[in-house]
Design a protein around this ligand. Structure first.
Ligand SMILES: NC(=O)c1ccc[n+]([C@@H]2O[C@H](COP(=O)([O-])OP(=O)(O)OC[C@H]3O[C@@H](n4cnc5c(N)ncnc54)[C@H](O)[C@@H]3O)[C@@H](O)[C@H]2O)c1
Ligand SMILES: [Zn+2]
Ligand SMILES: [Zn+2]
Length: 342
């Protein structure tokens, strides 16, 4: 088979370069995926602009991208559950399978996880990727590979709603209407929340939230968020000191706060007296676990329409322009995807 494999490398701050490279060789438990779509995530942009996220530092040429789907073109000798021609969404974290977290099912907490585009592990902005078969999830015929690439952010939203125990009849306040706020909205709706308020400071993002089914939207630049009725579940996805500080004031007595957004500061002043008086619970989210099958069947069964979060699409040979555009138009872009395969 004659195949060409290109990959987009980050070679320095705000520098991308497309290179030809060998098709990766397969381990017995891996499949070779011809990648078709890759979503650009805030974390990819953050690495490109700043070279690090917390302790994860980019210190060599580095392939970005962790939200992807494609078609299997080759399988390792031990792979039995997947075959050539299957279209799959890739769950980007390969875990050890041996530690207490893996064994208890909380594999997202595995300290040895090898996560795509998290240094030192390269990402998926490439034509061909060798990946563990057990982290590749088959897409039914009625899900496109573009939707397949969006299963990753959707899984974050599902995990957030699950951590908050969102259920039929829940009232939910979602702080932030970026990609993660919007997938949290879709997930909360799918879990049965009947009253969902979405807060942001960008009108366009609130329009998306309204379109995707928010009961009400609030522009925090113009309205006082603390006037809102308290909600059973408050989910923080803005990653902002101010919104984090609002959570104890917005949650109902006995309710749950879910922290998803990552603030620039490690330490933030927080009203624990309110948490105590309300006997509120604080939960947090680190990626997701065991949710790809749920996400795929929710999209396939029509419970969640994920296509609405994609606002921009670029071709693979425009990868550099795509990142430039996303960086320079942060308010306009909710989710940009790169079409790898034409
Ligand atoms: N915990 C996890 O596993 C996980 C996974 C993915 C992303 N994240 C984090 O989630 C956060 C959101 O990601 P995203 O891609 O949606 O980012 P984003 O920047 O697109 O969205 C953040 C939104 O918050 C809004 N916002 C800012 N200040 C606000 C305020 N005072 N009130 C209300 N809204 C305000 C912004 O206008 C923006 O629309 C980031 O911090 C990201 O790092 C966490
Ligand atoms: Zn992502
Ligand atoms: Zn482990």
């Amino acid at each position: 088979m004659s195949k060409q494999n290109k990959a987009v490398y980050m070679t320095g701050l705000n520098q991308l370069e497309t290179r030809d490279q060998e098709i990766p060789s397969l381990a017995n438990d891996q499949v070779l995926v011809n990648i078709e779509y890759v979503g650009i995530c805030g974390s990819d942009v953050h690495y490109l602009e700043h070279g690090a996220i917390g302790d994860f530092v980019v210190d060599k040429d580095f392939i970005l991208g962790h939200e992807c789907a494609g078609t299997i073109v080759e399988i390792g000798s031990d792979v039995t559950e997947l075959k050539v021609g299957d279209r799959v969404a890739l769950e980007p974290g390969a875990t050890c399978g041996q530690c207490e977290f893996c064994k208890s099912g909380k594999y997202n907490l595995c300290p040895d996880v090898e996560f795509l585009a998290t240094p030192p592990y390269h990402g998926c902005l490439t034509n061909y990727l060798a990946f563990p078969a057990n982290m590749c999830f088959k897409l039914p015929d009625n899900i496109s590979t573009k939707e397949g690439a969006l299963i990753e952010p959707l899984a974050v939203g599902l995990h957030a709603a699950k951590q908050g125990n969102v259920t039929l009849g829940s009232s939910v306040i979602i702080l932030g209407a970026g990609c993660i706020g919007l997938v949290t909205l879709l997930a909360s709706k799918a879990f049965g929340a009947t009253d969902i308020t979405v807060v942001d400071v960008i009108e366009k993002r609130l329009d998306y939230a309204k379109k995707l089914g928010a009961t009400r939207v609030v522009n925090a630049a113009r309205e006082d968020v603390l006037e809102l009725d308290e909600a059973d579940i408050v989910i923080e996805t803005a990653g902002n000191r101010i919104t984090i500080q609002q959570t104890p004031l917005l949650v109902k007595r006995g309710g749950t706060i879910v922290l998803v957004g990552m603030a620039a500061e490690d330490t933030i002043e927080y009203n624990f007296a309110k948490i105590m008086a309300k006997e509120a619970t604080i939960k947090s989210v680190f990626r997701y676990r065991n949710l790809y099958p749920t996400a795929i069947s929710a999209v396939s069964g029509g419970k969640i329409d994920i296509t609405g979060i994609v606002t921009h699409e670029f071709d693979f040979d425009q990868a550099s322009e795509a990142f430039d555009y996303v960086i320079n138009n942060k308010n306009d872009v909710v989710k940009a995807v790169i079409k790898i395969k034409n």
